[in-house]
Design a protein around this ligand. Structure first.
Ligand SMILES: [Zn+2]
Length: 287
């Protein structure tokens, strides 16, 4: 199980799935040969983030930030029992909650839930199925949703047809009175704040952690794979606004690439985190 220490703060990864992914799933017009060409220009992408066959090495995980006072779960994966149009994600029966408890974080101990955005693979464990109803998985937590993101997905169709992500994983939280709609630059507690990184979705955030002079960032999906660190121009086909996502990367990366801030990827394969450094026209991630 991966974990990182940032000053007085500990960040632990609870993995739901880790699988090689076809590049075409995330990037239109990019096939395995194209990925290998990019890996030739940015050799650091192998072996952790791109396979020798040109697959993307991706994971879906929840990051738990422990400050001593608070236990903040960032992004709640896909969840069990949910009807999803993607067969790989539908009706999962995984051990995620047991894994959390084994790691020392029983669901009742979580004080805050943050969703970097409200896509299907970031909100799933917000709720669980009990007697045919979706109930909050973290009954003692405040769930923090960016107000513009919440309003957008309240009326917008889910990313994939034939599923109701907002209906089964977000609305029940608001109905239970556990949702706080907050600004896109919200400060959660001392040292933990939202960094606005819109484009992938309208109210998308990254999470900034600062403690005793040490710094970390949880990316969210403004960067799905470190190929986008090597080439900030590369946008994902799931970006609501690809140009805005590109502009966001160009705006925030110079500040993130200070060689000190730990950049923790929301979907980066293990070891998942590293420091960023300017490299040619883009950047590289040093693990
Ligand atoms: Zn995602």
């Amino acid at each position: 199980m991966l974990s990182w220490t940032v000053g007085q703060t500990k960040i632990t990864s609870i993995v739901e799935s880790e699988t090689p992914t076809s590049p075409r799933f995330l990037y239109k017009d990019l096939d395995k040969i194209g990925v290998l060409q990019r890996a030739e220009k940015a050799p650091w992408l192998r072996p952790h983030f791109v396979s020798d066959e040109g697959y993307l090495l991706q994971k879906i995980h929840c990051l738990i930030i422990e400050t001593g006072e608070h236990r903040i779960a960032v992004d709640t994966c896909i969840g069990n029992d949910k009807e999803r149009s993607n067969d790989l994600w539908s009706n999962l029966q995984g051990p995620f909650l047991d894994d959390m408890t084994t790691a020392g974080y029983p669901p009742e101990s979580i004080t805050h839930v943050i969703c970097t955005h409200l896509h299907v693979d970031h909100v799933g464990w917000n709720t669980k199925l009990v007697d045919g109803a979706w109930v909050p998985t973290f009954p003692n937590a405040r769930y923090l949703f960016v107000d513009t993101e919440f309003e957008h997905w309240k009326t917008e169709e889910s990313l994939f047809e034939g599923e109701d992500v907002f209906g089964d994983s977000v609305a029940p939280i608001a109905d239970a009175g556990l949702a706080d709609l907050v600004a896109i630059d919200h400060v959660v507690t001392e040292g933990i704040s939202f960094e606005p990184t819109p484009g992938h979705t309208p109210g998308h955030i990254s999470v900034r952690i600062e403690s005793d002079g040490a710094k970390a960032i949880i990316t969210g999906d403004m960067t799905h794979n470190p190929m986008q660190i090597a080439d900030p121009e590369l946008s994902s086909m799931f970006d609501t606004d690809q140009d805005a996502a590109r502009e966001t990367r160009k705006m925030v990366f110079p500040g993130w690439a200070d060689g000190e801030t730990l950049i923790i990827g929301t979907h980066f394969g293990s070891p998942t985190a590293g420091t960023m450094h300017p490299d040619g026209d883009g950047y590289r991630l040093e693990v």
